[in-house]
Design a protein around this ligand. Structure first.
Ligand SMILES: Nc1nc2c(ncn2[C@@H]2O[C@H](COP(=O)(O)OP(=O)(O)OP(=O)(O)O)[C@@H](O)[C@H]2O)c(=O)[nH]1
Length: 798
């Protein structure tokens, strides 16, 4: 074991040699990190904001790595998948644990690309806090707004880090303003950048002023940024104006804090001077307002230049919550009974599987967050979602792609279980002998898939490996759907976006080494009935292999409207099964003679009968009559079922329900629906016309609104004044610096079919200066011409 000193911090390390890379990793078991000294945090942002670059520095300064990984060279610890390194993007959230100031930080680096929103969502679900990284040149981008909204959904406290302050056009003040305006939050600026001009007139980021302790931090002594110089900032500081600006920043910070925090108000009233408030008092107030979601502390830096990262990790420890600071999760025991899951080791075990990945050597690796109790490496577990017994084989602590075997995962921590055979993302795990067999933590909502492709094994011998590989990918990725088309026998994979399915293809061919062919990328349309309320009774009667099968069902189908409230199944339908002893009619007259077989009827419980009906209806909803797309927006009410003794087996009931629905829809007023996307585009004013023209022309977009990003505060409820640093932030000479025009934000509804390949079109229309974000809004009815065109296009089959 070696002792390592970084700044003031001493971190116990072990040395691990892998190939020619040496990792120094803090050894988790040497220190018992209490739950209050644990931080489960995520890094969330728009694509390319610098999440991985920043995380790699965190690992380096914490002593986990000895070399700083580079995204552009493909040498990062966090982006370890082959596809991530090749494309320079994060696809799967990597989890890593490192120590900082005697705190244990479990960090998740999430993807920024819109196609992997579900990956972000399932990580946010188990996080206690998040660092939002913003690009100082681009400001608050479209995907930042999406991930911010996701974090809001789970009430995750955040801090923000304005990265890339070294780039030409970096605007700290504008980014802070945009946080207020676009994210609707109260940004509290805790640092200001120190920027000087060199003798060629270029601006250089040379440090940061910490507004709490009024010191200038500079990293000039060491190119790797490990050594930080902290000099008190006085009015003698060589950069003119910097001192006054910092005084202004600190005063505003204290004032804003006193408006939001009563303790700070008392201190401020008695001190009567902003500068007299101690660093410790200011920090505590900042922590309180961050934890209760009232404000977001803002930091800045340039991770690529190794500037600003250590104070950011300090801020994670100082301002983000421990599991004890979070609201206690509530788990349901039944529809109307719920209990609190207390974050204590001596409680009964309750853990959530938030991610599953398939590892060729280790098999399925199930990532869990333990909410209460402790999980040990010999436990037998119970999965309350699939009602299965599961055995723990090993427990692992993850260091991105590297692992350490551990014996325990305690309340408030994140780790990996090896040995679970069936557990999927979102399942709740308890100890096998726990009597709370229906206890469930809330799962995440997964948006409907909008693209699909046919996948086919290259030969008969490849069919089994393909099936296995798809099964494994499916367990890993809850946003992927695999469905075998009943009529054509083809296997269809559907997902969130073009890139999503492209990556699945890559993984099938390269990781799982399956020889498979993938068809063209297609839009996943939907089918529905309009205007008709259908009452239908259907009798199913068939002889299969000498056995008579018979059942009769009565149902009513009512079209739902887009804005209808209430519960839907995953296909956007509502299935109501009104099956009770009264509505299930058992017809003894038609009963089979064989007495032994009649016992099957008696054996079927109402729950089993209902499940058989449900399965039948769902299977029929998968394939609509027009083009075989899933049927949506129907309310299906099954009000009676007639059983004929032993002939009414589960299969007979299920098939009857399925055929009843298909039969009911024959000759009805069916229409095709297409996915309509919510599209937000950030575009510089000079390209606004061309982007709008393109959007409303061939792309059939409907523009809902246009905003100017930047200095609009009008639509905010709270009138708390915040400090916004000046832009550009030069204190010696700022006369000739060009101010970049604020961007416009276009909000529109656009059919997905016209948005294929939009990122490259937008790039060429705007010279790469615009960005966009897209999510499913709804499915809209196609007009006749459009429907005919789609039918023509699809007639050649999938
Ligand atoms: N100039 C400059 N470039 C940076 C900085 N931080 C990151 N970059 C560059 O920005 C690009 C994107 O960085 P990443 O760290 O991959 O960004 P990301 O947010 O992880 O990207 P995704 O995971 O794909 O969403 C890379 O080319 C980095 O080298 C910075 O502080 N300054």
């Amino acid at each position: 074991m070696i002792k390592n000193f970084i700044g003031n911090y001493r971190i116990p390390l072990i040395k691990i040699q892998r190939c020619n890379l040496v990792h120094y990793r803090f050894y988790s078991s040497v220190k018992d990190y209490s739950i209050s000294k644990t931080r489960n945090i995520g890094i969330i942002a728009h694509i390319d904001a610098g999440k991985t670059t920043t995380t790699e520095r965190m690992l380096y300064y914490s002593g986990y790595t000895r070399r700083i990984g580079d995204v552009d060279d493909g040498t990062t610890v966090m982006d370890y998948l082959k596809q991530e390194r090749e494309r320079g993007i994060t696809i799967t959230s990597a989890t890593i644990t490192f120590a900082w100031r005697n705190y244990r930080i479990n960090l998740i680096d999430t993807p920024g690309h819109v196609d992997f929103t579900v990956e972000v969502e399932r990580s946010i679900r188990v996080l206690d806090g998040a660092v939002t990284i913003l690009d100082a040149v681009s400001g608050v981008e479209a995907q930042t707004q999406t991930v911010w909204a996701q974090a809001n959904r789970y009430n995750v406290p955040r801090i923000a880090y304005v990265n890339k302050m070294d780039r030409v056009g970096a605007r700290f003040g504008r980014t802070v303003r945009e946080m207020r305006y676009k994210l609707g939050t109260t940004p509290l600026v805790c640092q200001i950048p120190v920027i000087q001009k060199d003798n060629r007139g270029n601006s250089l980021l040379c440090g940061i002023v910490d507004l709490l302790d009024m010191r200038v931090l500079d990293w000039n002594k060491d190119p790797k940024g490990s050594v930080i110089n902290r000099t008190p900032l006085t009015d003698k500081y060589p950069i003119v104006g910097l001192y006054n600006e910092a005084i202004k920043g600190r005063s505003c910070l204290i004032e804003t804090l006193s408006e939001m925090d009563d303790n700070m108000l008392d201190l401020f009233l008695s001190a009567e001077d902003h500068m007299k408030i101690s660093v410790e008092d200011a920090k505590q107030a900042l922590r309180r307002v961050t934890l209760n979601g009232k404000a977001v502390p803002v930091f800045c830096g340039a991770s690529f230049r190794n500037i600003g990262v250590q104070p950011l990790i300090d801020a994670v420890v100082d301002y983000l919550p421990s599991p004890l600071d979070r609201p206690v999760p509530i788990a349901s025991l039944s529809d109307d009974e719920s209990i609190e899951i207390l974050p204590k080791e001596n409680e009964k075990l309750c853990a959530l599987a938030f991610k599953v990945i398939h590892d060729n050597k280790r098999g399925p690796m199930v990532f869990v967050r333990v909410y209460s109790g402790k999980l040990d490496n010999h436990m037998t577990l119970y999965n309350t979602n699939i009602h299965n017994k599961e055995r723990v084989n090993k427990l692992l602590q993850m260091y991105a792609n590297d692992v350490e075997e551990i014996s325990l995962i305690t309340a408030g921590n994140i780790g990996v279980i090896i040995g679970l055979k069936e557990t999927r993302t979102g399942d709740t795990l308890i100890q096998f002998n726990d009597s709370r067999k229906s206890l469930r933590l809330k799962n995440i909502d997964i948006p409907a898939p909008v693209f699909f492709r046919v996948v086919e094994a290259a030969g008969i011998s490849e069919e089994k490996p393909l099936e296995e590989a798809l099964k494994n990918i499916l367990r890993e990725d809850p946003s992927l759907h695999v469905h075998v088309d009943k009529d054509s026998g083809q296997t269809l994979i559907s997902g969130m976006g073009e890139l999503h399915l492209e990556i699945v293809k890559d993984r099938l061919l390269n990781d799982f080494k399956v020889k498979a062919k993938l068809g063209k990328m297609r839009i996943s349309y939907r089918e529905t009935v309009i205007n008709d309320k259908i009452d239908h009774t259907y009798l199913y009667e068939r002889e299969i292999m000498g056995k008579r099968l018979k059942a009769q069902i009565s149902l009513t189908i009512t079209p739902l409207h887009e804005n209808d409230q209430g519960s839907f199944n995953e296909g956007g339908n509502r299935i109501i099964l009104n099956l009770t002893k009264k509505t299930i009619i058992s017809d003894e007259l038609d009963q089979s003679i064989n007495n032994q077989e009649t016992s099957e009827l008696i054996k079927l419980s109402i729950e089993e009968i209902s499940n058989a009906v449900y399965t039948g209806i769902i299977s029929s909803l998968y394939r609509g009559p027009i083009l075989g797309f899933p049927i949506t927006r129907l309310s299906i009410n099954v009000h009676s079922l007639r059983l004929f003794g032993a002939e009414s087996t589960k299969t007979a009931i299920s098939t009857c329900a399925s055929q009843a629905l298909t039969d009911a829809l024959k000759g009805r007023n069916l229409v095709l629906l297409e996915p309509l996307m919510n599209v937000n585009i950030d575009v510089p004013e000079e390209y606004l016309g061309v982007v709008l023209g393109d959007l409303t022309g061939t792309r059939r977009g409907n523009v809902l609104g246009l905003e100017t990003s930047g200095n609009l505060f009008d639509n905010l409820d709270n009138n708390i004044e915040i400090y916004v640093p000046p832009d550009p932030i030069f204190f010696s000479s700022n006369k000739n610096d060009k101010i970049v025009n604020p961007k416009k934000v276009i909000h529109a509804h656009v059919p997905l079919s016209t948005m294929l390949g939009y990122s490259s079109s937008l790039r060429s229309l705007t010279g790469g200066t615009a960005s966009f974000d897209m999510s499913l809004s709804s499915f809209g009815i196609m007009n006749d011409d459009r429907a005919k065109a789609v039918i023509r296009e699809m007639q050649g089959g999938f």
